[in-house]
Design a protein around this ligand. Structure first.
Ligand SMILES: Cc1cc2nc3c(=O)[nH]c(=O)nc-3n(C[C@H](O)[C@H](O)[C@H](O)COP(=O)(O)OP(=O)(O)OC[C@H]3O[C@@H](n4cnc5c(N)ncnc54)[C@H](O)[C@@H]3O)c2cc1C
Length: 325
C-alpha cells in the first residue's frame, strides 16, 4: 500500500504547526492512496510526540532517538530520516517548508535519486502520481508539477494547508529506529532564538510588516506595538533589513521568507515585485501607504492611504480597546 511519511519538526516538546499541516494534507493523500500515514520524528524525546502525531492522523511514529539529533544538522538528520524511509518505504515523503525542511528535502531527494517539489500549496494523488502546485517566477504564475520517483518528496508552504485534528485519533504506534550518528562535515556553532514572546514570521497567523516609510530603525516600535497588541509577528521589507534597522530573519520576500498568514499588514512598504513574491498568497492583505499609486494597493484587500505614524498608533489603540472588552 502506498503510504505517506511526514518528517515532523518539534518546538517546546510539541509538533510545529507546519508539521501538523503536513500531517493533515498527508492524511488526505493517504485516504486517496489507501495507504497508512506515518510520522518520523528525530531527537532524544522523539517517542513522546506519539499522541500529538496521532491527533493529526498518524498511525505510526518512527522515533529516531539520539542526542546527536537534538539540534538539526543536515548530515545527521538526512541519515536518520533515510533510515525511516528505508523501513516504511513510503510513496510520498512530506515535510514543512521551514529552513530545515528546505535544506533536508533536496538532500534526501539526491540521496534517494527521486524528485522533489518545494514550497507547494496544493497536493493531490492521481493516477499513482503525486501532483503539486507551486508558485514560480517570484509568485507571478503557478506551476503544476508531477513528481517522479518513489518516494515523491515535497515541502509544504507554511499556512497553505490547514492543520486538522482527527476526531478520536489515538496516539500513533511508536516504531523505534536505531541510529548510529554518522560522520558529518558541519557542526552547529550557535542557535539564535527570537526574543521571548516574539513570534517568527514563518508560522505566524498575523504579520505586521514595516518598510522604508518608517524612516528610521527606532520607528519599528510602531510595528512592534501593533504586532504585540494583535498577537502577530514582525515582518520587514528588504530595504529596512539592508539599512540595518532589523534582522534578516524578519525579511519577507524573494530573498527573505515566503509567508502565507491569515492577515498581512504592510505599512510604509511600496510593494516591489520581490516583496510581493513573499506575501501575495496571504489570505487578507491590508496596506497602509501615503502614496495612493503604491503598487502594494494592487494586491491589497484593504488599502489605507495615509500617514503610518498616525494610523498605526490609532490602530494599536483600537485593538487594545477591543481586546479589553
Ligand atoms: C534580487 C532582488 C531581491 C530582492 N528581495 C527582496 C525581498 O526579499 N524583500 C523585499 O522586501 N525586497 C526585496 N528586494 C528589494 C525590492 O526591490 C525593493 O527595493 C524593496 O522591497 C523596497 O522596500 P520598501 O517598500 O520598504 O521601500 P520603498 O520602495 O522605498 O517604499 C517605501 C514606501 O513607504 C511609503 N511611505 C513613506 N512614508 C510613509 C508614511 N509616513 N506613511 C505611509 N507610507 C509611507 C512610500 O510611499 C513608499 O511606497 C529585492 C531586490 C532585488 C533586486
Amino acid at each position: 500500500m502506498p503510504g505517506i511519511l511526514v518528517f515532523c519538526e518539534t518546538k517546546d516538546g510539541k509538533l510545529k504547526k507546519v508539521s501538523r499541516e503536513a500531517l493533515s494534507i498527508g492524511r488526505k493523500l493517504a485516504e486517496k492512496t489507501g495507504g497508512d500515514l506515518a510520522a518520523v520524528v528525530v531527537g532524544s524525546q522523539a517517542a513522546s510526540l506519539a499522541a500529538d502525531a496521532g491527533h493529526y492522523g498518524a498511525k505510526k511514529l518512527y522515533a529516531v532517538e539520539s542526542a546527536a539529533l537534538d539540534s538539526y544538522t543536515t548530515g545527521q538528520t538526512t541519515a536518520a530520516v533515510k533510515q525511516a524511509v528505508d523501513d516504511f518505504k513510503p510513496s510520498v515523503l512530506l515535510m514543512g517548508g521551514t529552513s530545515n525542511g528546505r535544506d533536508l528535502a533536496p538532500r534526501l531527494a539526491a540521496r534517494l535519486g527521486v524528485g522533489v517539489a518545494s514550497d507547494v500549496d496544493q497536493l493531490d494523488w492521481t493516477d499513482g502520481k503525486l501532483r503539486a502546485r507551486r508558485s514560480i517566477y517570484s509568485g507571478k504564475v503557478f506551476g503544476r508539477v508531477e513528481i517522479s520517483g518513489t518516494p515523491a518528496i515535497a515541502t509544504t508552504r507554511p499556512n497553505a494547508f490547514s492543520a486538522e485534528v482527527v476526531a478520536g485519533g489515538g496516539a500513533a504506534d511508536v516504531v523505534k529506529v536505531s541510529f548510529t550518528p554518522v560522520e558529518v562535515k558541519s557542526k552547529l556553532l550557535e542557535t539564535k532564538t527570537p526574543e521571548a514572546g516574539e513570534l517568527t514570521i514563518a508560522e505566524a497567523d498575523i504579520i505586521v510588516s514595516g518598510g522604508r516609510g518608517l524612516k528610521e530603525a527606532q520607528n519599528f516600535s510602531y510595528i512592534r506595538d501593533l504586532a504585540h497588541a494583535i498577537g502577530g509577528a514582525v515582518g520587514a521589507s528588504r530595504a529596512t533589513v539592508d539599512a540595518g534597522w532589523i534582522d534578516h530573519q524578519h525579511q519577507v520576500g524573494q530573498t527573505g521568507r515566503v509567508v502565507s498568514p491569515n492577515v498581512y499588514i504592510a505599512a510604509g512598504i511600496s510593494g516591489a515585485i520581490q516583496h510581493l513574491a513573499g506575501m501575495s498568497s496571504s489570505k487578507h492583505i491590508i496596506a497602509i501607504n501615503k502614496d495612493p499609486e503604491a503598487p502594494i494597493f494592487r494586491v491589497a484587500d484593504l488599502g489605507v492611504v495615509g500617514d503610518l505614524f498616525t494610523i498605526l498608533p490609532a490602530l494599536t489603540e483600537e485593538v487594545k480597546k477591543a481586546k479589553a472588552h
